[in-house]
Ligand binder design. Sequence first.
Ligand code: ZN
Length: 227
Amino acid sequence: MTKVLVWCENVQNKTQENVIAAYPEGMHNTLAGFLSADGGLSVTTATLDDPDCGVTDEKLAETDVVLWWGHVAHGQVPDAVVERLYGRVVTNGMGLIALHSSHFSKIFKRLMGTSCALAITKPGYGAEKLWTLLPGHPIARGIPNPVEIEAEETYNEYFDIPQPDELVFNAAFEGCGSFRAGAAYHRGRGKVFYFQPGHETYPVYRQKEVQEILLNAVYWAVGKARG
Ligand code: ZN
């Protein structure tokens, strides 16, 4: 079994009505729900509410890949937790999948070594087409081209990331810009994937094609073929 830890900060969905509407059960539970429906994955969740963010040495010692979603509370993740994650990726080969606004998470910035800043094109929200650039890549396997997402936040270039080792997806937003939406990296012994869809007020993690991409990414991150 591949052991997956889904980490979401779990802040806005306690008070913000449009976030609660999109993910009434909490985004971490949505993500864990479809991932754990895959017979090869053993999935647990953790949030800011857990002691040490639920990201202890003991927990990481039994984790193969982490999915990370943060937005308003990046600064509340202790640096010690970030270093623990970083060490597991580069030294032990743990996979890390950074979702949406986690482009600004401490751990993603630590792994990239750049500002990871981006632009958001006005009006800020719109339809997205997610185009596959590497159809032979394991993360793109079986994914329609393009994936059409009804509404997303319109992230735009310039996105200050290092040149991706593999740029798997590019997003085009109706009436505005484009964005490197699926970027894969090797860091030490580990693999890192950044994936843009996942704004908290749109239930994109319920969309089948998006779920399939994340399942592919989990298997890619641990170097296993998806059954
Ligand atoms: Zn967002």
